[in-house]
Design a protein around this ligand. Structure first.
Ligand code: ATP
Ligand code: MG
Ligand code: MG
Length: 551
C-alpha cells in the first residue's frame, strides 16, 4: 500500500535490518476488546501494518484481553470487521488470554528469583506507600516474605482462596526509583469474574504492564509500537522481558496519539456517549469510531490518505477535523455519481408547460469524470426546488428565485417566478412560474443570461428520502472561553443532528445501503445502512461540498 508519510519508525526499522539486528520484522496491533475502534486506532493499524508490509514483515492482530471486567466478544467481532474494512489482513490472530498459563509460570519464575512478592496491602495503601515524584516510596511490610511463602500464596490466589483485592502480586524492583512505575508495580490481581475467552478458569489476571511485554516476546514481535503515554513504562517493559528470561527481546517505541478537534477519542468517553444515549450506538455517524465513519460514508481510502498525511511523530497533537473531511471529499470527487436532491422542498408549478407531459432530459453523471456517462431525468409541469432558493423580498445580490426573476434549472430550462401562493398563515407553499422552451439546456441558447442555477426534482416521480445533516457532536472550548471546566458531556452540541424529509431523483429508488452520491450544491451523502430498506431511504450527509480548509 502507498506510503510516503513522515515516519521516524520506518527509519529505526530500516536501520535494524541494515545492521543485522533483525532479519525480519514482526509488529502487532493490540486492541483491548473493551469498545469499538476509533480513528486513533486507525492511525496505529496503518502504522503497524504499513511498516511490516513495507519491509516484508508480519503483523499480528492481538486482543489484549487481560481485563475481563470490561471486555466482550461483541467488541472482538467489531474490531476484526473494522481492521478488515480498513484494508488490512493480519498474519496471525492471537488472544493474550491464551498466554495466561505462560504468564503465570513467568510470574512464578520471578518469585523464585526473589523478584516478586505477594502483598496484602489494599489498593489505597499501595498507592500511599508508593510515594510521589519528590518523595521516595516506602516498603510494604510484606515485601520480605520468603520465596516459599510467596509461591504458596500465589498458588492459593490462583486457586481462589482469596477475595477480590485481598492480595496482589508485585514485582520487587526499587521503591525509591525516580520512575514511579518501577516502585514495585502490581503485576497480578484477583478478579472473580468470567472471562470472555477463558471462562472461569482464572480468578487472577495479569496487569497490562506485565502482560504486554510478555505477549510481545511470546509472539516474537520485534517492534512494539505504542502511544506516548507508555514512554515511562518502557524501563518496566524491558525489566519484565529480561527478568522473565524471555527468548526474544521486543523493543517498545512510542509515537504521538491522534486527537481530532470537536470530538472525543477515547473508548471510555465514546462508551459513555453510547450508554447514556447521546448517540445512536457505536456506529452513530457523529462519532469518530470506524463503524461510525463507515456509516457516515467515509471510505477506507480517505482514512488511509488522512493517516498518511498526518504522519507519525514523537508528539501528541490535535488535528483539525476539517482535514479528515478534506480527504473524503478528495476520494469521492471522481468516484461517486452526482444527483439532485431537494432537502427542504417547495412546490413549483410551471403554468405554461403542457399538462400531463413528462419529458426526459439528459444529464452527465459526473462532469469531472465523463467516463461515468449520462443519466435521464424527467421534467414536467410540477417540480420541487429548495425553500432556501426563494425569497419574496430578497436583499441585493440575491440571484436565486424571487417574484419577477428568472433562474436556470440545472439540466433543464430557465424559469421565471410569476406568482407566490401562501397558506392562511402567510407561509409560502407554492410558486407559479413560466418556462422558456428556447432555453433548454444543451441547445446552446445564448439569448440572455441568468445568474442563478438551481437544482430541482420532478414532482410526480420524485422519490421521498430522509436526509440527515450533521454538525460536530462536541463543541471544543474556545481559547479564551471563561468557563473552561466543562466536561465533554456538557459540551455536547444539542443540534448535532437535523432530520429532514426531502426528495431525490427517481433513478435513486433502488439505492442500496452505503451507496454514495454528490448531491448538487449540498455535498456528499451516503445511504444509511441501518435505516435504508426497500420502502425507506435515509441519507447521511458525509461532508459539505466546500470548506475554507487548506492543506
Ligand atoms: P482508548 O484510550 O481510546 O481506549 P487505548 O489506547 O486504551 O485507547 P487500545 O485498545 O489499548 O486502546 O489500543 C490499541 C492500540 O491503538 C494501542 O497500541 C494504542 O496505543 C493505539 N491507539 C489508541 N488510541 C490511539 C490514538 N488516539 N492515536 C494513535 N494510536 C492509538
Ligand atoms: Mg489500552
Ligand atoms: Mg483504554
Amino acid at each position: 500500500m502507498e506510503n510516503n508519510s513522515p515516519n521516524f519508525i520506518r527509519h529505526i526499522i530500516k536501520e535494524d535490518l541494515a545492521t543485522g539486528k533483525h532479519d525480519h520484522i514482526i509488529t502487532r496491533f493490540p486492541p483491548e476488546p473493551n469498545g469499538y475502534l476509533h480513528i486513533g486506532h486507525a492511525k496505529s493499524i496503518i502504522l503497524n501494518f504499513g511498516v511490516a508490509d513495507e519491509f516484508d514483515g508480519k503483523t499480528n492482530l492481538r486482543f489484549d484481553d487481560t481485563n475481563p471486567l470490561k471486555e466482550d466478544v461483541e467488541y472482538v467481532n467489531s474490531i476484526k470487521e473494522d481492521v478488515k474494512w480498513l484494508g488490512y489482513d493480519w498474519d496471525n490472530l492471537f488472544f493474550a488470554s491464551n498466554y495466561f498459563d505462560e504468564m503465570y509460570n513467568r510470574a512464578a519464575l520471578l518469585i523464585k528469583k526473589g523478584l516478586a512478592y505477594v502483598d496484602d496491602l489494599s489498593a489505597d495503601e499501595i498507592r500511599e506507600y508508593r510515594g510521589t515524584l519528590t518523595e521516595p516510596g516506602k516498603d510494604s511490610p510484606y515485601r520480605n516474605r520468603s520465596v516459599e511463602e510467596n509461591l504458596d500464596l500465589f498458588e492459593r490466589m490462583r486457586n481462589g482462596e482469596f477475595g477480590n483485592g485481598e492480595k496482589v502480586l508485585r514485582a520487587k524492583i526499587d521503591m525509591s526509583s525516580p520512575n514511579i512505575n518501577l516502585r514495585d508495580p502490581v503485576i497480578y490481581r484477583i478478579a472473580h469474574t468470567t472471562h470472555h475467552n477463558t471462562g472461569d478458569k482464572w480468578c487472577i489476571y495479569p496487569m497490562y504492564a506485565f502482560a504486554h511485554p510478555l505477549e510481545d516476546a511470546i509472539e516474537g514481535v520485534t517492534h512494539s509500537l505504542c502511544t506516548l503515554e507508555f514512554e515511562d513504562q518502557r524501563p518496566l517493559y524491558d525489566w519484565v522481558v529480561a527478568n522473565c528470561e524471555m527468548e526474544s527481546t521486543p523493543r517498545q517505541y512510542e509515537f504521538g496519539r491522534l486527537n481530532l478537534s470537536n470530538t472525543v477519542m477515547s473508548k471510555r468517553k465514546l462508551k459513555q456517549l453510547v450508554d447514556e444515549g447521546f448517540v445512536d450506538g457505536w456506529d452513530d455517524p457523529r462519532i469518530p469510531t470506524i463503524s461510525g465513519l463507515r456509516r457516515r460514508g467515509y471510505t477506507p481510502e480517505a482514512i488511509r490518505a488522512f493517516c498518511h498525511e498526518i504522519g507519525v511523530s514523537k508528539a501528541d497533537g490535535t488535528v483539525d477535523s476539517q482535514m479528515l473531511e478534506h480527504f473524503v471529499r478528495e476520494d469521492l470527487k471522481l468516484k461517486v455519481p452526482r444527483t439532485m436532491a431537494v432537502i427542504r422542498p417547495l412546490k413549483v408549478v410551471i403554468t405554461n408547460y403542457p399538462e400531463g407531459q413528462v419529458e426526459m432530459l439528459e444529464a452527465e453523471i459526473n462532469p469531472e469524470n465523463p467516463e461515468m456517462g449520462t443519466r435521464q431525468i424527467p421534467f414536467s409541469r410540477e417540480i420541487y426546488i429548495e425553500q432556501d432558493d426563494f425569497m419574496e423580498n430578497p436583499p441585493k445580490k440575491y440571484f436565486r428565485l424571487f417574484p419577477g426573476n428568472e433562474v436556470r434549472l440545472k439540466h433543464a430550462y430557465f424559469i421565471k417566478c410569476e406568482e407566490v401562493i401562501k397558506d392562511e398563515n402567510g407561509n409560502v407553499v407554492e410558486l407559479r412560474c413560466t418556462y422558456d422552451p428556447e432555453t433548454k439546456s444543451g441547445t446552446g441558447f445564448t439569448g440572455r443570461k441568468v445568474k442563478g442555477t438551481l437544482h430541482w426534482v420532478e414532482a410526480s416521480n420524485a422519490v421521498p428520502a430522509e436526509i440527515r445533516l450533521y454538525q460536530p457532536l462536541i463543541m471544543d472550548e474556545e481559547e479564551n472561553e471563561e468557563n473552561t471546566e466543562k466536561t465533554f458531556l456538557e459540551r455536547v452540541n444539542p443540534n448535532s443532528l437535523e432530520i429532514l424529509q426531502g426528495f431525490v431523483e427517481p433513478n435513486m429508488k433502488d439505492v442500496k445501503p452505503q451507496d454514495k452520491f454528490q448531491f448538487f450544491r449540498h455535498g456528499y451523502f451516503n445511504a444509511d445502512p441501518k435505516h435504508t430498506n426497500e420502502s425507506h431511504i435515509v441519507f447521511n450527509q458525509i461532508v459539505e461540498l466546500k470548506s475554507s480548509f487548506k492543506l
